[in-house]
Design a protein around this ligand. Structure first.
Ligand SMILES: [Zn+2]
Length: 223
């Protein structure tokens, strides 16, 4: 009997990891481009099937709203967000309700621009990433990861507001440490412009995983 990637219950369905909505649809892309090729799926029980489209869409917004995301993310974002508004106005209102104006700075060019920041529902975001990391682990090692993991997003907007200086410093610190840890680690994933991951361990045997969305939105997890 096939069992679930998160527990020992019988698997009743498969779950996409990451959720399918993260990958642009064919109709949002130039002809002949397919970014939904060979998506990763894992066996899942009823309880752990994350088949909750609102959570999946929330994860999508949280990722693609980053200023640093690539062109795929931006095009997909606008197409997807328009559909979401038409389908479920309440969802997008909840997401943008917390928007505040900020000045942002491009970390590479130093260029500044007016933008807005939204507070994400962090627990909800974290739960989606937690499930995703366990699914990727299962797919990679054919083994379940049932112990607690730590999630360290590297994707908080860099605002120039001094009140956020410590947050930006911490995010930079995590990013630098992760760059060193994964310097020589292989990338995995069939649609790397949308999603790819690295997984590795240090000399002491501690494992880390780095999830990369749309090239620039990265999340480090300590397993
Ligand atoms: Zn389960």
């Amino acid at each position: 009997m096939a069992t679930c990637y998160m527990c020992n219950s019988e698997a009743t369905s498969v779950e996409h990891a990451p959720p399918k909505c993260i990958f642009p649809r064919q109709r949002d892309l130039p002809e002949g481009v397919n970014l939904r090729d060979q998506l990763i799926t894992v066996p899942s029980c009823d309880e752990h099937n994350q088949n909750r489209s609102q959570d999946d869409e929330y994860l999508l917004y949280s990722l693609v709203i980053n200023v640093a995301s690539n062109e795929i993310a931006q095009n997909h974002f606008f197409a997807a967000i328009m559909r979401a508004i038409n389908r479920n106005p309440a969802l997008i209102q909840r997401y943008t309700r917390t928007a505040v104006p900020v000045t942002i700075e491009d970390p590479e060019t130093g260029e500044r621009a007016d933008s807005f920041a939204v507070s994400i529902e962090y627990e909800r975001f974290e739960q989606s990433i937690d499930n995703l990391a366990r699914a990727i682990y299962f797919q990679h090692y054919q083994e379940k990861l049932l112990t607690p993991i730590t999630i360290q997003p590297e994707i908080i907007l860099r605002t120039l507001d001094p009140a956020y200086a410590h947050v930006n410093a911490m995010v930079n610190e995590i990013s630098r440490a992760s760059d060193v840890f994964f310097e020589n680690s292989e990338f995995h994933g069939n649609n790397p412009g949308v999603f790819k991951y690295q997984i590795d361990q240090d000399a002491a045997g501690s494992k880390m995983m780095r999830l990369h969305f749309y090239d620039n939105a990265k999340i480090t997890t300590v397993l």
